[in-house]
Design a protein around this ligand. Structure first.
Ligand SMILES: *Cc1c(COP(=O)(O)O)cnc(C)c1O
Length: 960
């Protein structure tokens, strides 16, 4: 007789609900949390917390949840509709071999991909070291003094170069930026969009024409788009005489063989690091590199990693010169970059570490040699090869046979690039072999071409001697030590082990939504069907991608209440910029092009004013009241006063103060009444999904940080995706693309990213997230996020003041605790608390945003009650330590808070002379010892790092 109770039919269907994996607390924990809040049910909490006026009356109209297995099975089918061909299209995207040791141990490894931007450097030395290696790689290859730690893609990096040129050019009055017609079309597109927004003039033409202009800067491509190699030394010198800043977009692999643009005289060198071991992914994500002269260091966009020292005097890395950046300088920042491409920059750096200078040269030489043999054969057979010099790209004039031959190539499994007037180009890559050369001859010349690779192989003369590289590069030890797989694996692990990620503990970063990045969501990203697709592959080969993107589009529209989605922006900040441009164009279409005022509450994220500046808007700050809400009277007054010039309001909802403002609908109405549009910063969408919608509340446009609410991991500081949703009236004005025309937006809407759907390959993550949760699961996630936040707020409020609460004393999905009174009483700062948390194995919450001297805590729905309790217990223990400082029983300066974080070096130091024990330092609570995470360096000196800027790899000796 069986003791097992029979399953219901429903249970037979249910092979494991993902929601139970995604949401941390189980039913018992949930009940305990509700009890502690004195609430009968989760529904009651939501009723108490979320204003009725913004609540959905209907559940989301979406399919039900699918299991992990079903979801992957279905997506595999969709992926199968992508036809993979060998991609020789080039245009900035190339096939590459991702070294498997990097694929498995970095790209597919949550230890790397779940970390956050290294704002807490003591627990981020691994990726900081990887990023400084990326900077060193950039500096070596470009020949520049200084490099940044990644931008979003080559095209936006070019636009950033233009903005830098304008900032630093001595030709102040001039407004013209010139773009060489040999630049990649998508780059020209993005630069034009950015220039128009800034109010710069752009002229695209030949370099001869450039010399006839009065210009503040110029963009060149190296090698040229047609593949040819041009020695631009004299051109650059003449441009310098005209006080122009010379920016060069360069191909990273070619730089292994070619003279660096720096040596040719360039002021800025940028490009994509994609072909250094990062899959094409139908457009991304990839890292862009950016190098410039030392004298322009204050003008450089994005993050820069620098070497400083820690409190033991040891070298330690951190993000340098943050005062250039949006989170501090707001509308005066150099760029709006927040999320960048850290994971992909790391991968490119590791690719260089893995291969080393000799290996990389070999790869570059192979690619070049195959190109050369291909060219010789074609020329011998009478094909017109347009470019005499080349690295890896040949431009052919196939005349009337263009279409026929491109189709034959496609049938044979090769995608070539078709241009105007019979032009076809072929770009060879790392994955090519001699059999590809033979196959291409057969396609282009017929079966009886009679050519042989052996016969045609001889020394290449296709790289002019004057352009051949002869300096020594990548000589730093890091590029020369880890070439065996064993060494490489241990190197990667050694770095990984220095970094705190979601694999260790909760990362309660307010506004960043560090939720679960489920393994099932991540798996499809590295499927070849998604990874190996060129963004400009013919439409019929990309049906799987188009279906997946279309489905995500529909789901996001339903979730947000918008009419159309633009998938192009590669980050939230980029979405802001794209959304503001749509608003601007909409106003222009209404004959209201003069509207340029952007109202921004004082509590806004720094990217908001920085993006408004990029759209040439005038930022007017709206005050917040004592409760952290937008001061509606101030808004009303300003909107009325500025009614003639009001373009829009940018507002975050729920507010960055962690509350649902009751008056949000009224706020949107006020703006609309005065002819403005409402941009909703969607960073906090995790508190809306399934219970409200931006489109319902009154927003006209909003970005969705897919790397916050929709489960894309933060990658240690990127990648991300920031698609925007818009109401119908804005839909014609969102970004289009010059290479791949999109349906919906006007044909003349410029691009904001290099690729038509941004970083398309990681859209699979959000797609899977939504499918696996379904309508109910999405709502349950939001509700649990609110429950977790309120539970933590409640427990913490007994020890720290919670700064803002909404109705019924509740917070939304995050809360701010105020450390200013404690600092006044004890001298212990928010930073001391942040560093002390590391001793407990935690990453600090968001520090001093949106209010200085505070910590903003966002637990997300994915953390269990047990984990929330651990965090709160750590905070309570820290409060006890602060109390001892207040009481004078602990020295005000020499205490475990000021000395935090503690390293093994501290504990092993024979001269331990602190007024607290080693136990208190390193194992402050009983559970800390189990799986203790040791910060690898002591507290880092920020001031020293900025005063002594050093952004290249420190020599190995410094560590010894
Ligand atoms: C994260 C965030 C942004 C910027 O998004 P990125 O994707 O990092 O560019 C903007 N606003 C708020 C409130 C945010 O939290």
């Amino acid at each position: 007789m069986s003791q097992v109770s029979p399953l219901s039919l429903e249970q037979l269907e249910n092979t494991g609900e993902f929601i139970e994996r995604h949401v941390g607390p189980d039913a018992t924990e949930r009940q305990q949390m509700l009890d502690s809040l004195g609430l009968p049910s989760l529904d009651q909490l939501i009723d108490d917390t979320v204003p009725k006026s913004i609540r959905l009356s209907q559940p989301l109209a979406m399919e039900g949840a699918r299991t992990e297995a079903e979801t992957l099975g279905y997506l595999k089918q969709v992926a199968g509709k992508n036809q993979l061909k060998r991609s020789l299209i080039g245009m900035g995207y190339h096939e590459t071999l991702v070294p498997n040791v990097i694929l498995r141990n970095v790209m597919e490894n949550p230890g790397w991909y779940t970390a956050y931007t290294p704002y807490q450097p003591e627990v981020a030395q691994g990726r900081l070291e990887a990023l400084i290696t990326f900077q060193q790689l950039t500096m070596d290859l470009t020949g520049m003094d200084l490099a940044s730690a990644s931008l979003l893609d080559e095209a936006t990096a070019a636009a950033e170069a233009m903005a830098l040129a304008k900032r630093v050019s001595k030709n102040k009055k001039c407004n013209l930026f010139f773009v060489d017609e040999q630049c990649l079309p998508q780059t020209i597109d993005v630069v034009k969009t950015r220039a128009e927004a800034f109010g710069f003039d752009v002229m695209v033409g030949s370099t001869e024409q450039a010399l006839e202009q009065d210009l503040f800067g110029i963009l060149l491509q190296y090698p040229c788009r047609d593949g040819s190699l041009r020695d631009d030394r004299e051109l650059i010198a003449s441009l310098h005489e005209r006080k122009a800043i010379v920016c060069v977009a360069a191909d990273i692999l070619s730089l292994m063989l070619l003279k660096s643009p720096g040596e040719l005289g360039a002021d800025v060198v940028l490009g994509s690091a994609q072909r250094f071991g990062v899959p094409m992914g139908f457009g991304g994500p990839h890292a862009a590199f950016f190098g410039t002269r030392d004298q322009y260091k204050r003008s450089i966009p994005g993050r820069i990693i620098g070497v400083s020292v820690d409190s033991r005097g040891n070298p330690a890395m951190r993000m340098a010169m943050q005062t250039r950046e949006q989170h501090i300088r707001r509308e005066k920042a150099n760029s709006n970059i927040c999320t960048a491409q850290v994971l992909l920059a790391n991968m490119a750096a590791f690719y260089a570490v893995y291969h080393g200078p000799e290996g990389l040269k070999r790869i570059a030489n192979r690619v070049h040699r195959l190109t050369d043999i291909l060219a010789r054969g074609l020329k011998q057979a009478g094909v017109k090869v347009i470019n005499n010099s080349y690295f890896d790209t040949l431009s052919l004039d196939l005349g009337e046979r263009q279409a026929e031959l491109v189709k034959a190539a496609c049938d044979a499994g090769y995608n070539l690039y078709s241009g105007d007037q019979g032009l076809v180009s072929i770009a060879m890559n790392e994955c090519c072999s001699r059999s590809d050369v033979e196959a291409l001859w057969t396609v282009l010349l017929g079966d009886d071409h009679g050519l042989s690779v052996e016969a045609l192989d001889s020394t290449s003369t296709a790289i002019p001697v004057a352009l051949q590289r002869d300096d020594s590069i990548l000589s730093h030890e890091v590029f020369n030590r880890y070439h065996s797989e064993t060494e490489m694996l241990r190197y990667l692990k050694r770095l990984e082990n220095k970094d705190l990620s979601l694999t260790h503990s909760m990362i309660a970063l307010g506004s960043c939504t560090m939720k679960l990045n489920a393994t099932s969501e991540m798996i499809p990203v590295t499927w070849p069907e998604f990874g190996n697709m060129h963004p400009f592959a013919p439409q019929e080969q990309t049906q799987g991608y188009r279906q997946m993107i279309g489905e995500l589009d529909a789901m996001l529209r339903e979730i947000t209440g918008f009419d159309a989605i633009c998938m192009q922006p590669n980050s939230g900040a980029q979405g802001e910029y794209a959304g503001l441009l749509a608003i601007r164009k909409y106003h222009e279409s209404q004959g209201q092009g003069h509207r340029n005022v952007c109202l921004i509450p004082s509590s806004a994220h720094g990217t908001n004013p920085a993006s408004a500046m990029m759209a040439s808007m005038r930022v007017v700050v709206v005050e917040c009241d004592a409760n952290g809400n937008v001061d509606v009277d101030d808004l009303r007054t300003k909107a009325a006063e500025l009614a003639d010039s009001l373009s829009c309001l940018m507002i975050t909802y729920p507010s960055t103060h962690g509350v649902y403002e009751e008056e949000i609908i009224e706020i949107c109405n006020i703006v609309h009444q005065h002819g403005g549009q409402v941009y909703m910063d969607g960073a906090n969408l995790n508190a809306q999904v399934g219970i409200s919608k931006p489109g319902l509340i009154g927003a006209d446009v909003s970005h969705m940080n897919l790397h916050k609410t929709f489960a894309i991991p933060h990658g240690g500081g990127g990648p991300g995706m920031g698609p925007i949703g818009v109401k119908a009236h804005l839909a014609p004005f969102v970004a289009n693309h010059s290479v791949v025309q999109l349906e919906g937006p006007n044909a003349d809407s410029g691009a904001v990213s290099a690729a038509p759907w941004g970083s398309a390959s990681i859209l699979t993550i959000s797609w899977a997230y939504i499918r696996m949760l379904g309508a109910e699961g999405l709502r349950a996630s939001t509700e649990n996020a609110i429950l977790n936040a309120n539970y933590m707020a409640k427990r913490l409020s007994e020890h720290y003041p919670v700064l803002y609460t909404g109705r019924n004393g509740r917070v939304a999905h995050e809360c701010i605790i105020d450390l200013r009174p404690l600092k006044a009483a004890s001298g212990i700062s928010e930073e001391d608390v942040a560093k002390r948390l590391m001793d407990f194995g935690f990453h600090a919450p968001t520090m001093s945003f949106p209010v200085a001297g505070t910590l903003m805590i966002e637990p997300t729905e994915s953390e269990s009650k047990a984990e929330l309790d651990r965090f709160v217990d750590a905070m309570i223990a820290i409060r006890g330590e602060i109390a001892q400082v207040e009481a004078g029983t602990l020295d005000a300066d020499n205490n475990m808070l000021k000395q935090a974080p503690h390293t093994l070096a501290d504990i092993l130091d024979d001269n331990w002379d602190r007024p607290y024990s080693k136990q208190q330092a390193a194992y402050p609570l009983s559970w800390v010892a189990d799986g203790k995470f040791w910060p690898s360096v002591n507290r880092i000196d920020n001031v020293y790092g900025d005063r002594n800027l050093h952004c290249s790899c420190p020599s190995m000796d410094t560590y010894r």
